[in-house]
Design a binder for this molecule. Structure first.
Ligand code: GLN
Length: 544
């Protein structure tokens, strides 16, 4: 076997230009060439994982099978590679330092002076190696978060430098940069990219390939300019213009010969790629078909004056995957639930939609607005999918308005509610009391048994499923009988029957009204859309 190969993906000029999608796309291309690939994300934060960060700060918190709470890019890797990844593939500054400090406390450095350099980069390399071995990867893609030139990620760049110094033929560096076209100048400017390349040089690294992100494709003149001033081959400057769909990106890169270019840099023999399944999926996504309009009622949207959709990225992607599979063209509209509370947005707005989705969330902000929206869609028979909090709120709404449990609530919002239909899990009480809040929720994949003859059993066509969780509260077992006799069906439960994982209304009562305690969106993949999103969109398509 060849030596293991590594590709470091770094960002120049600014963040938010699609390093994650670029890394994922490189992964897809190399996988389509038959290489065994894995992808690692490094985030420069002190946070040990992403679980304690507000989605408006950092975007969605993605959850892996093993329960690790991480950056949304891990979701992109899983979707593009069509593989589930373990927690060792994600690290932050906090995680790395914590391991080194714990090891030092255990005298594992055997009395040695433990130093930021080289011990921190060595720990980074140790983790990269562990992830590579766990995946049996021939090529390991490592995305370094943040931008070149900032203070925070310098130690990770040092790790890349150390690895390249030791294995010059086995490490490639891809810089994803931005080439702006300032409106008052009207010309594409390469200088910021030149500075980024030099700053990268100053930490001992040279970009082998430069992905130039821009609004429009790069012309030959700009390619050559970037090549000369950034010290690379002009064929290795790849134009990465804005695209309608992120799923176009691997196809565009491969059109420019990205895969073989990487093989050349990594001293690997060139191979042909088979992206036909991906091409089919992308073609289908553009076919159009019937229009379905989906409303997402959430609360993590505001960033100053801007609206963020990053907070719910997996939900949006899962909707897209399912829509394409059903030949639907979808448009997604965000509703801030607080606007339903204040009456700023009338509930009747929801009538225009083919389906309404309430995603996960925490705390009391916007809750009454979500409850109003759920009541409205239940009564008006608009297809509804509730994810985690969206399921808990559907249970609360049903308890209040159908089962006659006035004032029903979750103890997360109202500790003194007369009817705590959603209550903290027994195993979680101590965590909350002692404020042990990082990484302590019910996290990761758990099995769930489906009841025969239900909407979910039909959607999955299975009796037993595994889905990823992230919550502290659950349906209170004391109210199950009362809720079920009022007509709400708990069609999915933990195999021991204790935890209610799915609530649904039978088909005779509602075209589609379903909530899951888990997050199905984390397992939806472009090439295998999630059965519950498919069922939801089928119902939405019928209403459209
Ligand atoms: N806040 C709820 C809980 O902790 C739901 C969490 C979520 O939607 N992910 O149980």
């Amino acid at each position: 076997m060849e030596e293991p190969k590594y590709i470091f993906v770094v960002g120049g000029v600014m963040s938010g230009i699609g390093k994650g999608v670029a890394s994922s796309s490189i992964g897809r291309i190399l996988k389509s060439k038959g290489f065994k690939v894995t992808a690692i994300k490094i985030d420069p934060y002190i946070n040990v994982d992403a679980g304690t960060m507000n989605p408006t700060e950092h975007g969605e918190v993605f959850v892996l099978d093993d329960g690790y709470e991480c950056d949304q890019d891990m979701g992109n890797y899983e979707r593009f590679l069509d593989e589930s990844l373990p927690s060792i593939n994600y690290m932050t500054t906090g995680r790395v330092y914590l391991s080194v400090i714990e090891r030092e406390r255990n005298l594992e450095y055997k009395g040695k002076n433990v130093e930021v350099v080289p011990d921190i980069p060595l720990e980074v390399l140790r983790r990269i190696d562990e992830a590579r071995c766990a995946a049996g990867a021939e090529i390991t893609i490592v995305e370094i978060g943040g931008t070149i030139g900032e203070y925070q990620n310098i130690i990770f760049l040092e790790a890349a430098r150390m690895l390249r110094q030791k294995h010059p033929r086995d490490v490639a560096v891809v810089m994803v940069s931005y080439v702006p076209i300032p409106r008052n100048i009207g010309e594409m400017k390469t200088k910021p990219t030149q500075y980024a390349a030099r700053t990268l040089n100053s930490v001992g690294l040279q970009a082998d390939i430069i992905l130039a992100r821009a609004e429009v494709p790069l012309d030959q003149k700009r390619k050559e300019k970037i090549a000369v001033f950034c010290n690379t081959l002009s064929e290795h400057v790849i134009s990465a213009p804005d695209v309608d769909s992120i799923y176009d990106v691997p196809l565009n890169f491969e059109k420019d010969g990205m895969g073989n270019m990487l093989c050349d840099v990594l001293s690997l023999p060139r191979r042909s790629s088979d992206l036909s399944a991906w091409e089919k999926f992308v073609a289908k996504s553009k076919n159009g078909g019937k229009q379905a309009n989906i409303a997402v009622v959430g609360k993590y949207f505001d960033s100053g004056e801007f609206v963020l959709s990053d907070s719910y990225i997996s939900v949006l992607e899962a909707l897209r995957h399912a829509a394409y599979s059903q030949d639907l063209k979808i448009s997604i509209t965000y509703f801030d639930s607080k606007a339903f509370e204040s009456g700023k947005t009338p509930l009747e707005e929801l009538k225009k939609y083919s389906g309404v989705l309430v995603p996960g969330g925490f705390g009391e902000t916007g809750i009454e607005g979500k409850l109003k929206a759920i009541e409205y869609v239940r009564e008006n028979k608009i297809p509804y999918l509730g994810l985690c909090y969206g399921m808990q709120l559907a249970v609360i709404e049903y308890a209040r308005n159908v089962a006659g449990l006035a004032g029903a609530n979750t103890t997360e919002v109202d500790k003194d509610t007369p009817h705590p239909v959603i209550a903290i899990m027994e195993s979680q009480k101590e965590n909350v009391e002692k404020s042990r809040l990082g990484g302590t929720m019910r996290l990761g994949a758990y099995p769930c048994s489906l009841a025969d003859g239900t909407v979910v059993a039909q959607a999955y066509d299975k009796k037993e499923i595994r889905e990823r969780h992230r919550h502290r509260y659950e349906v209170n077992p004391k109210y199950i009988e009362q809720l079920e006799s009022a007509g709400l069906n708990f069609s999915g439960r933990s195999p021991d029957g204790v935890l209610m994982e799915i609530a649904e209304l039978p088909k005779e009562k509602h075209p589609f009204f379903l909530g899951t305690q888990f997050h199905p969106e984390f397992l939806s993949r472009p090439l295998s859309p999630h059965p519950l999103f498919v069922a939801f969109l089928k119902a939405a398509g019928e209403r459209a």
